[in-house]
Design a protein around this ligand. Sequence first.
Ligand SMILES: CC(=O)N[C@H]1[C@@H](OP(=O)(O)OP(=O)(O)OC[C@H]2O[C@@H](n3ccc(=O)[nH]c3=O)[C@H](O)[C@@H]2O)O[C@H](CO)[C@@H](O)[C@@H]1O
Length: 367
Amino acid sequence: MKIAVSGGGTGGHIYPALALIREIQKNDKNAEFLYIGTQSGLESSIVPRENIPFQSIHITGFKRKLSFDNVKTVIRFIKGVKDSKKILKDFNADIVIGTGGYVCGPVVYAAAKLGIPTIVHEQNSVPGLTNKFLSRYVDKVAVCFDEAASFFPKEKVIMTGNPRATEVLGQNAVNGKLSVGLDPAKQSVLIFGGSRGARPINEAVLKTLAQLAVKPYEILYVTGEVHYENVKKEAELAGNPSNIKIKPFIHNMPEVLAGTDLAVTRAGATTLAELTSLGIPSILIPSPYVTNNHQEKNARALSDHGAAELLLEQDLTGSKLVDSIDRILLDDEKIREMRAAAKKIGVPDSANRLYAVMQELVSQGKK
Ligand SMILES: CC(=O)N[C@H]1[C@@H](OP(=O)(O)OP(=O)(O)OC[C@H]2O[C@@H](n3ccc(=O)[nH]c3=O)[C@H](O)[C@@H]2O)O[C@H](CO)[C@@H](O)[C@@H]1O
């Protein structure tokens, strides 16, 4: 099978695509892949690292407000569709999957127009503009939250979950801890602000370094690439507590998650799929700066079932954060309950579900 995938901008759209590719590679040694992204998105650095053929098109996102930039975006879209058609024809794709972000707009639209079977994968409880637009043209819309189904044509929706949920399983917790300098014998908290880091979370954590320094647990604190230098400077001023390991980005997240007892993070949908698949309790601080406040809705899907605690950014302070961590991590009963509740929501066989949908579409041979 020749599979083209497209998705980008942030890790939340890229990692599901990569997870799907890696899981298919395990089952079908003859499958061929092509990833189509942009040069400006995170995908241009993440995908080539994984030895997956990568090609780029030039496209920008629509502004929600009326703006002249949108005229330019329409022109880029038309050019993007033309370029995508050429790329897809040269590759001779059997199926095209979009995992979100504006880059998949022209790619998946071009595929549909060429008569190639198409799927969009929506990670969030509230879909983005691109997937809503594409849902009119694609064959199937794969969702991860029941709440998302109502935004799409009913007959096309299929619940698959997020392939990252499958990929993160089966990793070695001890190796995960050792790889980032944590002590395997101690409990650990992973703090990160989604794939790009989050300034408000960094500010709150920096205020608590002295308090955290005396805790019996360890902390892996991932700042996001752009915030790293500043955070390092501040941590140095606070005496670089030895139980807090600071990193700009984690490239072996599945392994690191295996060794995580509690996560403090934004509520990006891909992160949540990973946490629930592994049954990791979390404190979720949804980003209020996303379309339709979708991260809070993602987060509530976990917190309503006792799998996570919700801490709104407007209420976030350093001391509240430390109190919440202690209340969960230092209470065996509580952590056990949260683990079980998270696991109950997870969809660990997600990659296989999505692959089955792909196989069915290809066997129907739409071309
Ligand atoms: C600001 C924004 O628009 N965020 C959106 C973006 O979030 P974002 O890109 O932050 O996405 P997620 O939180 O869903 O996923 C982040 C991914 O990056 C990985 N990771 C993160 C940090 C790190 O150091 N290493 C690493 O590998 C995580 O394990 C996860 O696989 O896409 C998500 C999925 O559509 C949406 O729900 C988010 O609302």
